[in-house]
Design a protein around this ligand. Structure first.
Ligand code: GLU
Length: 416
């Protein structure tokens, strides 16, 4: 994903929070490692007839609070360390919002942009087959992440269902609605980001309405966050996708960008009424709220002191390095951490799983209301701990997230 060692970064965050909780060293050692990590190498026959061997992973970090949960990523930089870090973050994320899951993550090292739809389907079906030994609706439930989507989840579910002889919708979340997906799931992560941004604005005496927002990334999280920000009255002045960034201090027409320029060659760079900026310039633009919603390690020791936003809300997983956290905290920038800010996705995944297990489906309003309620409650709890311990918000979220997992691990005891 980047030069930065994200597993080291995830462990540093854990050690930092463990100091506040006075945790036993043995327990910290348990929490710093995944319970189970599987590497699979599997062949796919490409459209050309060539056989390519792909490497994939599934890491289950800690199941003390329930089945493990987390996305599947298809990206050329996927590796075992990054997957492990992402699995750890999923554990704390599920714990911070208090849903009954542990964390997991999986992925395949692949550039899906180079594959045909048929090749992606074959890769997914073979990967699902290889993971059959460790995933399950009661044990470990995958979901979409970078490079995967509802269709991929549909193929994943179908493959596992074929192998056991009946349909098991609860084995993955983020599926198409027609296959047992939930209303509101696609928008859920972006929606949660905006709920957090609005809550943070209240606490900071900042008006969300009229505030200037910059969003890095225009994928599932960034594009939804940008559209909802605009709908709530903010002015989105900068956005970026893989092709680079665009900026207009008077505001960008987010719906038009989404409808006309996503999924086309050159992406949002095709839009004319703006200034072109690089992805790194985008992070330093003059704005009130910055939403990094792309990949990890984007705000680092090199650029953190140039960030002009007053509020950073992390739509991506791990976009801020520990050095950057320190610099921004000293500058008085509030960083709403990933494990809280982007938890809306897994919260609605939880709703999807509950609906699948009960075969009883909810309306979109009900899903969104329940999501907002959980996000606001979690935000309030984290803000309270932040004030109580006088820390940055990541440390506060980690204190809550790690404590619930540590308590559950202690209560369950160490087998045998
Ligand atoms: N991949 C998403 C995340 O990082 C969602 C995981 C899920 O819904 O299980 O939070």
């Amino acid at each position: 994903m980047s030069e930065y060692n994200v597993l080291e970064m995830a462990r540093q965050q854990l050690y930092n929070s463990a100091r506040y909780l006075d945790l036993d060293d043995g327990l910290v050692a348990v929490l710093a490692r995944p319970k189970r990590a599987v590497t699979v190498n599997f062949p796919v026959v490409m459209d050309s007839g060539e056989v390519v061997v792909y490497e994939g992973y599934r890491v289950q970090h800690n199941p003390s609070r329930g089945p493990t949960k987390g996305g599947l990523r298809y990206h050329p930089d996927v590796d075992l360390d990054e997957t492990t870090a992402l699995a750890m973050w999923m554990t704390w994320k599920c714990s911070v919002v208090n849903i009954p899951y542990g964390g997991a993550k999986g992925g395949v090292k692949v550039n899906v942009k180079e594959l045909s739809k048929r090749e992606i389907e074959k890769l997914t079906r073979r990967f699902a087959s290889e993971l059959n030994i460790i995933v399950g609706e009661r044990s470990d439930i995958p979901a979409p992440d970078i490079g995967t989507n509802a269709q991929v989840m549909g193929w994943f579910m179908d493959t596992l269902s074929m192998q056991c002889g009946y349909t098991v919708p609860g084995v993955v979340t983020g599926k198409p609605i027609e296959l047992g997906g939930s209303e509101g799931r696609v928008e859920a992560t972006g929606r949660g980001v905006i709920v957090c941004a609005i809550e943070a604005c209240h606490n900071m005496n900042l008006n969300f309405e009229g505030s200037r927002v910059v969003v890095q990334g225009f994928g599932n999280v960034g594009s939804v966050a940008a559209r909802l920000a605009e709908r709530e009255g903010a002015i989105v002045v900068g956005v970026s996708d893989a092709s680079g960034g665009i900026y207009n201090p008077n505001g960008l027409p987010i719906n038009e960008l989404y409808e006309k320029y996503t999924g086309v060659d050159g992406g949002i760079q095709n839009y004319k009424d703006c200034e072109k900026v690089s992805n790194s310039e985008l992070l330093e633009l003059d704005c009130d709220i910055l939403i990094p919603a792309a990949i990890s390690a984007q705000l680092t020791a090199e650029n953190a002191d140039k960030v002009k936003a007053k509020l950073v809300v992390e739509g991506a997983n791990g976009p801020t390095t520990p050095e950057a956290d320190k610099i921004m905290h000293e500058k008085g920038i509030l960083v709403v951490p990933d494990i809280l800010a982007n938890a809306g996705g897994v919260v609605t995944s939880y709703f999807e799983w509950v609906q699948d297990l009960q075969n009883f489906f909810w309306e979109e309003n009900e899903v969104n209301d329940k999501l907002s309620k959980i996000m606001r409650r979690a935000y309030g709890e984290v803000a309270h701990v932040m004030r109580e311990h006088n820390t940055d918000m990541r440390t506060a979220a980690m204190i809550i997230g790690v404590k619930r997992v540590a308590d559950a691990t202690i209560m369950r005891g160490i087998f045998p």
